[in-house]
Write a protein that binds this ligand. Structure first.
Ligand SMILES: Cc1cc2nc3c(=O)[nH]c(=O)nc-3n(C[C@H](O)[C@H](O)[C@H](O)COP(=O)(O)O)c2cc1C
Length: 499
């Protein structure tokens, strides 16, 4: 008998020779046919490329969609450790496109404005208006795209921090309700969770959901930044029995929602549909959209001005938005980016004199308080964050949400991979991160010399246009003339409601 190590080496050689022969004779992969065995390394390296680049190759500001500096800020704030930076900014602050707030020589003292306060009530005339407690909330992400462990961690953390969680278009699951906090129920074109067997809307089920005390608003999803013109895509591997039951679809088969609602195909029909939903549920009804031609947004604002019809809030998603799965061309080349999109929506409702009647929620690569402050200065009332909250529960930006192979258990239905994500542990990180963004928003607000983020306006920010040229954002995006007479929107609204 040869020693064990000799047998091991011989066994190894045998496996290598077998692999080499199989590479040489197969006809599907040219690289492996020409470079047997070594060619296989290419697939391995390609697979772990994002992680390799993250750890070894790229610098702190290079990666996309979120660079290391942004991710680290979330990891640190979520863990509650020191998130300050040393030595100064790494950004090229003169780069065209950079924005900077104009600091006041007399910033607001912390004790003068200790917290970010609550945003305006959504749908004040609805039978059950929604008074959100936070200006920073969790943007829609479905159970299906996300794991049970992730949804539970987010729901628990959101409740702890006083944020709402939006279900995304995958239906309302017990996991969304598990925190006991506020939930917005989103419906997409596939109507998951409120769907009749033939794909219609189950109005009775919608009535039930709208009366659930935790459900604070219904959101009709028209578009999503990462894929306007395309419905949700859930690969077969992610359609477990539980997810299938919640969505009302067959298990184990991939599910593609239609790219348009069958219930409306023009603005008038959309408004009629929203009105019917409003008649069915007591809570406010909003729409989520991606801005394209501003004429559509104008038509929504016209409907509001002409008799209070249409959505109680508009959730605007920038083209830079995230997704569980989307076609590359839509992700890269469809829809207006967030900052211009906010202005389009804010201006349309201001032009028609009804800006104070609705709430604008903005989402799209918002991570820090400065990002949130800029969105609010441009015209949003509050912000939604999706991927930032995923970082808070351990996402490492492996970019595999669409494969069911998410290594951190966040965007997979694989039970083993979910083991690492313990909701009762991660809830605190979600809550810490939400609190940190709100406090960071206040840090910016105080530095500008204001008392509340709601006072941030376009004239508080400048943007670099070219080397040596800066522009006040209020000159870049001038407020529509009517808005000049409507300086204190909340006051005007209070007067209207009183009248
Ligand atoms: C995993 C994942 C799933 C998502 N699912 C939905 C969804 O069901 N409905 C929706 O309107 N948006 C969905 N989104 C988009 C987010 O709600 C959000 O609008 C977008 O990602 C921009 O926010 P962010 O830049 O903070 O991620 C999803 C995003 C991610 C990352």
């Amino acid at each position: 008998m040869p020693p064990v190590w000799v047998s091991a080496v011989l066994g190894g050689l045998f496996v290598l020779v077998a692999l080499a022969i199989s590479d040489l004779v197969q006809t599907r992969h040219s690289i492996r046919r020409v470079y047997p065995i070594v060619g296989r390394l290419r697939y391995l390296v390609e697979k772990i490329g994002p992680e390799l680049r993250q750890y070894i190759v790229t610098n702190d500001l290079e990666e996309r969609p979120f660079n290391r500096s942004q991710r680290s800020w979330v990891y640190q704030t979520a863990k509650g450790v020191n998130s300050a930076v040393g030595f100064g900014t790494q950004h090229d602050v003169s780069r065209p496109g950079s924005f900077h707030f104009l600091p006041s020589p007399f910033p607001t003292l912390n004790e003068e404005a200790p917290t970010a306060g609550a945003p305006r009530v959504i749908g004040p005339r609805r039978p059950r208006p929604f008074a959100p407690r936070s200006r920073v909330n969790i943007a829609p992400m479905s159970f299906g795209a996300l794991s049970e462990a992730a949804v539970r961690a987010l729901a628990l953390g959101a409740a702890e921090a006083g944020c709402y969680i939006n279900t995304g278009e995958g239906g309302l699951s017990p996991h969304h309700l598990s925190g006991g906090g506020d939930v917005i129920f989103q419906i997409g074109p596939a109507k998951y969770g409120v769907r009749t067997p033939d794909g219609g809307l189950d109005w009775e089920r919608l009535r039930e959901l709208g009366n659930n005390p935790q459900v604070r608003a219904i959101e009709i999803k028209i578009g999503q930044g990462a894929k306007p013109g395309k419905g949700g895509i859930l690969p077969a591997a992610k359609v477990t029995l539980e997810i299938a039951a919640i969505r009302g679809i067959p298990a184990g088969q991939s599910s593609n929602s239609p790219n348009r609602w069958s219930d409306f195909s023009n603005t008038d029909e959309l408004i009629d549909f929203i009105e019917r939903v409003k008649d069915t549920v007591p809570v406010p009804v909003g729409v989520k959209l991606v801005v394209g031609d501003g004429a559509f947004i104008d038509a929504l604002a016209t409907a509001r001005a002409d008799g209070g019809r249409g959505p109680d809030y508009v959730s605007v998603d920038g083209a830079e938005g995230g997704t569980g799965a989307a076609p590359l061309s839509l992700t890269d080349h469809m829809g207006v980016p967030l900052h211009d999109a906010i202005v389009t929506v804010d201006d349309a409702y201001r032009r028609h004199g009804v800006r104070e009647d609705i709430t604008v929620v903005a989402a799209g690569r918002i991570i820090t308080g400065a990002d949130a402050a800029y969105a609010i200065a441009l015209g949003a009332d509050m912000v939604g964050i999706a991927r930032g909250f995923l970082f808070s529960i351990g996402c490492i930006q492996a970019l595999r949400c669409h494969t069911n192979e998410c290594p951190t258990g966040v965007a997979t239905q694989n039970r083993w991979r979910q083991r690492g994500l313990v909701p009762t542990q991660k809830r605190t990180r979600v809550a810490n991160y939400a609190t940190a963004v709100r406090e960071d928003l206040m840090v910016v607000t105080r530095a500008v010399g204001l008392l509340s983020p709601g006072e941030l306006r376009r004239e508080h920010v400048e943007i670099v246009i070219d080397i040596g040229k800066r522009m006040r954002v209020s000159d870049l995006y001038p407020y529509p003339p009517l808005a000049l007479q409507v300086l204190d929107l909340d006051e005007v609204r209070a007067a209207r409601l009183a009248g």
